[in-house]
Design a protein around this ligand. Sequence first.
Ligand SMILES: [Zn+2]
Length: 320
Amino acid sequence: MSTITFPVPSTTTSRFAVAGTSIPGDLADLLYESPAGPYHAHIAGRLGSPQLQVTREDLTCLRWDPGQITASRPEDRQAARAFNDATEFAVVTAFAPITDQPRGVQVARAAAQAIADAVGGITADLITGHLLTPSTTERAHFVLADQWLGDVLPPFRANGRCTAAEPGLDPEGVNGCACVRLRTRGLRRFGLPELQIGEVACPHDLAALNVLRTTARRLLTDHWSWLATGPAAGARTIAAALHLGHGDFDGFWDGARRVHLTPPAPFQVHLCPLTSRLLAVGPPADFDGTVNDWLWGDTLPLGMYDVPRPPAAAPHPAAA
Ligand SMILES: [Zn+2]
């Protein structure tokens, strides 16, 4: 059996930033006094420890670039520009054992959102590089679809530069282009390598994204099971062949977005290490064809093609 071994850090760092026109100096006080929510006690209990540091930063001391933050939804683009141009920020840093996840990152994000609510600010996730959807209250339970992965579709048809045929209109168009490469940005905070799927033709971008999401959800679930066994090693070995089921796909979205696959077909992906921190996701080792033959073929469940997009994901913008 082909396997992959990757290093597992004992701690990871997550950071969130809130841009505002006036960020107060004593952010801890602001958080203690913020309205009670499901994370209030956790925030109060962790403030000041490495697991929850809150600092005010302005342009004289920034060690990151607000200009790199982007909106994952078209309707947030104006807010993203305001974030890019802001001069004062509250930065929330959570340096925590991976056995503390996902609680650690949820508490940190809840703290960032509480600050944003108090100052009328705009919040960004500095790991994904994306703006967070305004006024989202942190859920009590963890749902991977809640903007944890930086999983968004690329600009439609490479911003209009790609003119490859639609596969539905021209079967020869299945491999008409290879414009799309999708990569997760966020699994690292849970101590996992990021995932990438590349050489994808534009018409298959949504199927590729859903394969990536399903794989991420499965790897993360398995990872937490593995961590629960109290492993002593700083490395984990997994099978390169991953068998995925509808539970992995539904689990990504949480029950509310349950998609009924008909039939609930299991499928397989093959993982291949590109670096110690990045795994490529592709068709099973015995699949005869390209990644696009696989994405367009009949081996993937139908739900991979027609799942409604989550609120956080960008719909295809008009070709520019
Ligand atoms: Zn293309």
